[in-house]
Design a protein around this ligand. Structure first.
Ligand code: TYD
Length: 205
């Protein structure tokens, strides 16, 4: 087993489309109140993240392998760029991020096979805590259907595979020292928020 760097006070939310990570990020942001913190997400608002969204919306063409590299480039900048994750952690903030390497290991493993996203992501440091929102693929699709606009990944056969791949991606990190908190994403918004809040309070920070 590889020795991973674990970034203290760095928390990541992961889950397939429709799992509710964005709603929970907003709630947590509010609840953290005056506690020094920064909430953020991938793909980012950096030009690389914007290019990714343009590909996802079908406005720019790119090969899946190119997209895999764009996600990794966006992540590198997000972590190490000025005003990014590392800078915030160094200034004493708790950082909560919606999606991280586990998204690449789930989604890009489907479109490109596992070796490329693994190669591109294996050296990134891990968060202290991963909050994994587990959602059956059917529920994910019901929620996406109710939403309207869809990106290239938001269809039923793909979501079925994402589900499987997420489970595998998360399992790879069980022995790394990163804390993994699994959340039933079909529970109510309040219940999920309560579970996340308790998990964060249990962290040695
Ligand atoms: P998403 O969090 O759904 O953004 P938004 O809420 O703004 O639509 O992310 C966009 C898509 O990108 C989502 O389908 C998951 C996918 N994705 C990857 O395929 N690989 C990655 O590494 C990341 C971070 C996201």
């Amino acid at each position: 087993m590889k020795n991973y760097d674990i970034l203290k006070k760095f928390i990541v939310f992961e889950g397939q489309d429709g799992a509710g990570t964005t709603t929970q990020l907003k709630l947590l942001d509010k609840r953290l109140g005056e506690t020094p913190h920064w909430v953020t997400a991938e793909p980012t608002d950096h030009p690389i993240g914007k290019l990714i969204r343009s590909v996802l919306m079908g406005k720019t063409e790119a090969q899946p392998e190119t997209l895999a590299r764009l996600y990794a480039a966006d992540r590198h900048e997000h972590l190490f760029g000025k005003g990014g994750i590392r800078d915030h952690l160094d200034s004493g903030n708790l950082v909560v991020c919606d999606r991280y390497v586990f998204s690449s290991l789930a989604y890009q493993a489907i479109t490109c096979g596992f070796p490329l996203p693994w190669e591109l992501n294996r050296d990134f440091p891990l968060p202290e805590c991963l909050i994994y929102f587990r959602l059956p693929a059917e529920v994910s699709m019901e929620r996406l259907n109710a939403r309207g606009e869809r990106d290239i990944f938001e269809n039923s056969p793909f979501q079925q595979k994402v589900n499987e791949r997420y489970e595998r991606a998360v399992s790879l990190f069980r022995e790394t020292g990163m804390r993994i908190v699994e959340v039933d994403a079909t529970a109510s918004v309040e219940e999920i928020h309560g579970r996340i809040w308790r998990a964060i309070q249990e962290l040695p920070i």
